[in-house]
Design a binder for this molecule. Structure first.
Ligand SMILES: NC(=O)c1ccc[n+]([C@@H]2O[C@H](COP(=O)([O-])OP(=O)(O)OC[C@H]3O[C@@H](n4cnc5c(N)ncnc54)[C@H](OP(=O)(O)O)[C@@H]3O)[C@@H](O)[C@H]2O)c1
Length: 253
């Protein structure tokens, strides 16, 4: 039997692939034999990621909330083969303010990027997966913020809980056509920005670590490879789920 964790010949769109978890996911997909469409706004960073991949890729430069970008990504995927996967990873997490001070403009900004754009990418990609007749996979990047009331992040927390609701809805709607939809909910993951924060602010670093069962924060690889698992045949009977990658943070009382 072929290794069910491999993605040979599978074409996957990864949004927010210029750095952080998205970049790590693009690399892990490519190392698993898949082809990748990399989406983000930073053209130079995307080109560098594409150049580092062992397998085929296409770059789509644009903002995920731009209504033309999902269709451009699906067209780029078609150049590589039948589309198999979509990883809705692009996200922003501005710490605005307490709930009563968070403005409509701030709500609109984060809803557009974190939630509406993910829906638009799914709207563009799922019909193409179904048309190809082999099923497919959607992975939405949620967060422990969907479960915990992280202060000053009311809009971010709500978008991540909303993504999980979207995951369950799409799983039920498209399961019969072989499309499995799941969320990954990371705790604190040391992307470049988080690492920099921790290096310059030991108190904050200790706070990040304190509540985890494992006693440390997570790495990009520790998030990217579970995403590859969800994209693979190994996860073929798994849909509508939220997979926590948080070092046991929510398991702690
Ligand atoms: N790191 C963590 O600890 C953590 C924890 C829980 C959940 N998450 C979630 O995981 C995802 C990735 O997080 P990360 O830490 O890897 O973030 P990151 O390092 O800040 O990277 C964000 C990525 O999204 C892209 N992006 C942001 N806004 C965009 C837009 N409007 N249009 C297109 N691309 C956009 C960025 O590229 P450009 O700037 O080039 O466009 C970049 O590639 C997010 O959804 C985040 O909420 C992260």
């Amino acid at each position: 039997m072929a290794n069910p964790f491999r993605l040979d010949g599978r074409v996957v769109i990864v949004t927010g692939a210029s750095r952080g978890i998205g970049k790590g996911t693009a690399i892990a997909v490519s190392e698993s034999g898949g082809s990748v469409v990399l989406v983000a706004r930073s053209a130079d960073d995307l080109a560098a990621v594409a150049a580092s991949l062992p397998g085929p890729s296409r770059v789509v430069v644009g903002a995920v909330e731009d209504p033309e970008v999902p269709a451009r990504a699906v067209a780029a995927a078609a150049e590589l083969g039948d589309i198999w996967g979509l990883v809705n990873n692009a996200g922003i997490s501005p710490a605005y303010s307490p709930t009563v001070d968070t403005t409509d403009e701030q709500w609109d900004e984060i809803l557009r990027v974190n939630l509406r754009a993910a829906a638009a990418f799914a709207r563009a990609a799922i019909p193409a997966m179904i048309a190809a007749g082999k099923g497919g996979r959607v992975v939405n990047l949620s967060s422990i913020a969907a479960f915990a009331g992280l202060p000053n992040l009311v809009a971010y927390n709500a978008t991540k809980a909303g993504l999980d609701a979207m995951t369950r809805t799409m799983a039920v709607e498209y399961g019969r056509q072989g499309v499995c939809v799941n969320s990954i909910a990371p705790g604190t993951i040391t992307t470049e920005m988080v690492q920099q924060l921790m290096d310059t602010n030991p108190v904050l670093a200790e706070k990040f670590v304190a509540k985890t069962a494992i006693g440390r924060v997570g790495t990009v690889d520790e998030t990217a490879w579970p995403i590859v698992f969800l994209l693979s045949d190994a996860a073929g009977f798994m849909t509508g789920q939220v997979m926590l990658i948080d070092g046991g943070r929510l398991a702690a009382a």
